[in-house]
Design a protein around this ligand. Structure first.
Ligand code: SF4
Length: 172
C-alpha cells in the first residue's frame, strides 16, 4: 500500500472513493476514506458493489486527481472547495457529530491554509517533479466521465499525455 498523501505523485493523487480504497466505519457507514467522515450508504443495507457505484463515490472519482499539483492531493484540506462541491451535489450525511464543520465553520481556515500551501508547493512540484519528468501517467476509470455533475474540467487521461499541461495550476 502506498502512503497516498506523501506519495500522492506515485499514486496519481487521492485514491479515495473506491478508486483504490474506501473505509467502512464500525456502524457500517461506507466512507470515501478514513478521514472523510461522510457517507450516503451503509454496508448493512446495501451491497459493496452498489456502494462503490453511488453518486457520492462516483462524484469523487470523477474529480480525481483534485489538483494538477499532486503534492496537494486531498479534497478535504488541500482543495477543500472540491469536497464542498461534492457535498453540495450529493448531500452525504455526517458519520459523527461535528463532521459537518468541515463544510461550515472550518471552511474559511481551510481555504486560507490551502492557499498558502499552493504557494509553497508550486515550485516544489515544478522543480522536483515536472522538470525531472517524474509524472505518473494516471488514467481515471472510464465511468467517471459525467459523475462530476457538470463540473467541467479536462479529463485526467487527456492531461496525462502532456506533463506540462498536468502541471498547470488550477484556476481556483
Ligand atoms: S480524501 Fe484526503 S485524506 Fe482521504 S484518501 Fe484522499 S488524500 Fe487521503
Amino acid at each position: 500500500m502506498i502512503d497516498f498523501w506523501n506519495d500522492a505523485p506515485l499514486a496519481g493523487g487521492c485514491i479515495a472513493g473506491g478508486r483504490e480504497y474506501f473505509h467502512i466505519n464500525n456502524k457500517g457507514d461506507v466512507e470515501p476514506c478514513i478521514f472523510t467522515h461522510f457517507a450516503t450508504d451503509n454496508a448493512k443495507t446495501k451491497s459493496l458493489r452498489a456502494c462503490l457505484q453511488s453518486d457520492f463515490f462516483r462524484a469523487i472519482r470523477a474529480r480525481q486527481p483534485f489538483n494538477e499539483n499532486l503534492l496537494m492531493p486531498c479534497m478535504l484540506i488541500d482543495n477543500p472547495w472540491v469536497f464542498r462541491e461534492i457535498h453540495a451535489q450529493c448531500n452525504p450525511y455526517p458519520t459523527h457529530a461535528g463532521a459537518e464543520s468541515l463544510v461550515g465553520a472550518l471552511a474559511p481556515g481551510l481555504d486560507a491554509y490551502a492557499g498558502h500551501l499552493a504557494e509553497m508547493m508550486a515550485p516544489a512540484w515544478q522543480e522536483d517533479w515536472i522538470a525531472q519528468g517524474r509524472v505518473w501517467p494516471f488514467t481515471p476509470e472510464p465511468d467517471a466521465a459525467d459523475a462530476a455533475g457538470g463540473a467541467a474540467r479536462p479529463r485526467a487521461a487527456e492531461r496525462a499525455s502532456d506533463p506540462l499541461q498536468r502541471s498547470a495550476g488550477r484556476s481556483r
